[in-house]
Ligand binder design. Structure first.
Ligand SMILES: [Cu+2]
Length: 155
């Protein structure tokens, strides 16, 4: 009788573990990794906000680096930001605080394996899908600093 009860509780244990693993892999993990469902205009804003990397920006004495330095964009309107490198040397656009967008990944040109540096005459594009403040800098030239503010669309 005792060993029989032990056998049943062992089977119950095995079933419980199997159910738990199934839930973890089949339900919990997909939920945690799922991307949020966002409106189309947030994913693909109608306009872009342009920021110039000024010629001579690699020299601290230049005093002008990203222009505008502080940019305010509206989510779903112009929250796609394009940095154009008008300088003669490569630069990066790199998050100060490690921000990772739920849709578009890390806010860092270095995360782009094909073109980690924004080459002269080239550009880097990043779409923010969440309101907030996003300070950034250039990795080889840390005095090059800027900030993107993404505000709510009240329209
Ligand atoms: Cu730079």
């Amino acid at each position: 009788m005792t060993s029989h009860a032990g056998g049943i509780s062992f089977i119950a244990f095995v079933v419980a573990v199997a159910v738990s693993l199934g839930y973890y892999q089949g339900v919990y993990i997909p939920q945690v990794n799922a991307k949020p469902i966002l409106p189309e205009d947030v994913l693909n804003p109608e306009s872009s906000f342009e920021i110039l990397i000024i010629e001579g920006a690699s020299l601290e004495s230049n005093g002008r680096f990203f222009e505008p330095k502080d940019a305010r964009t509206t989510i779903g309107i112009d929250s796609r930001v394009v940095w154009k490198n008008n300088d003669t040397v490569p630069h990066t656009v790199t998050t100060d605080d490690g921000y990772v967008d739920a849709i578009n990944g890390k806010f860092d040109s270095l995360a782009n394996e094909e073109e980690p540096f924004v080459m002269p005459g080239s550009e880097f594009t990043f779409t923010f899908t969440k309101i907030g403040e996003y300070p950034y800098h250039c990795e080889p030239h840390p005095f090059m600093q800027g900030k993107i503010e993404v505000i709510e669309n009240f329209a």
